[in-house]
Design a protein around this ligand. Structure first.
Ligand code: R5P
Length: 307
């Protein structure tokens, strides 16, 4: 993907204002919060600046996508009426990427249809570490549009190396190999990959790779912590095998329900996440990484799979 024009303005929701402000500062463009009134029936009245310039970037994380999508589509339509010519969506977390095939007859392939909806409203979508597994590129999810999948994995690797020098980086499953490899290479740390079998939303079975464990600091690296069961189980096994400590570095701190408590109860020493999703475990900002998409410079953090 070639560099996009620098944005004229960044639009963001109030609950994501800290990341939006940091990003606007790096981009050197103004940031406006979408004004929102939520009616008693749950619908929204949205207000944007009355005159918008041509290049508009909309920042909206698509965790909790069922609740967020309607407002996002309304803002996209409204922004065009108010002057936007090119709309780029920055969704630091891009939901609905995991249902990428029909696992059972009749199942809706949500990734495909979610991507189509976004492609109808935005010329381009930028995200960080999307859960692309059986579908290789973000562009393939966004028919006829540009997609850029950036990776926070180098950032996580460098952070882990600072916090736990010499640590073993460990992917809790095969799908995370793409991130742990990049993190390990960026930081010059060894890495290894577990195997995982998911038996239900909250049940996973994990097997450790055959590497020396005794006395080692281990940092689990993954794209997302959702129920936390994957990380908790991998941490328990590594500690039982003799690891000196287990910490966690994830891009997306979804942490639903008791997830964080589960991970800590497994004996995890520290949890570090990026601010793709605002969470108390945030240790790293992706603002410079996101801004690099518009400058055409990778700034040391190369796009994982340009669309
Ligand atoms: C799955 O393959 C992902 O990389 C994560 O490991 C997974 O989504 C984490 O889910 P949970 O926290 O619910 O175990």
């Amino acid at each position: 993907m070639t560099a996009w024009p620098r944005p004229d303005v960044l639009l963001a929701w109030p609950d994501e204002a800290p990341l939006a402000r940091a990003l606007a500062q790096v981009l050197g463009c103004p940031m406006h919060e979408v004004e929102i009134h939520r009616f008693p029936d749950g619908e929204s009245r949205l207000r944007l600046p009355p005159h918008l310039p041509p290049q508009v970037v909309v920042l909206r994380g698509l965790q909790n996508a069922n609740a967020r999508l309607a407002e996002l589509l309304l803002v996209s339509g409204g922004a065009r009426e108010l002057g936007a010519e090119t709309l780029t969506l920055i969704a630091p977390y891009l939901g609905y990427m995991r249902q990428d095939v029909a696992f059972n007859p009749g199942e809706v392939v949500s990734q495909r249809h979610f991507g189509r909806v976004l492609a109808q409203s935005f010329e381009a979508v930028v995200t960080v570490d999307p859960h692309l597994h059986r579908v290789a590129t973000l562009a393939a999810v966004l028919p006829g549009r540009q997609g850029l999948a950036l990776s926070a994995a180098p950032l996580l690797g460098l952070w882990a190396a600072q916090q736990r020098p010499g640590a073993l980086l460990l992917a809790p499953d095969g799908e995370a190999e793409q991130w742990v490899r990049v993190a390990g290479e960026a930081a010059g740390l060894p890495w290894a990959v577990c195997t995982k079998e998911r038996q239900g939303d909250r049940e996973v079975r994990i097997a450790l790779p055959d590497v020396p464990w005794v006395g080692r600091d281990v940092v689990l690296v993954d794209d997302v912590a959702s129920t936390g069961r994957t990380l908790a189980q991998a941490a328990r096994l590594a500690l039982a095998a003799g690891a000196a400590s287990v910490s966690v570095a994830v891009t997306h701190a979804l942490f639903g329900g008791d997830a964080e408590a589960q991970v800590r109860a497994a004996g995890v020493q520290a949890i570090w996440s990026t601010d793709c999703i605002a969470h108390p475990t945030n240790a790293l900002s992706v603002a410079p990484l996101l801004a690099a998409a518009f400058s055409g410079e990778a700034r040391g953090l190369a796009p994982l799979s340009p669309g």
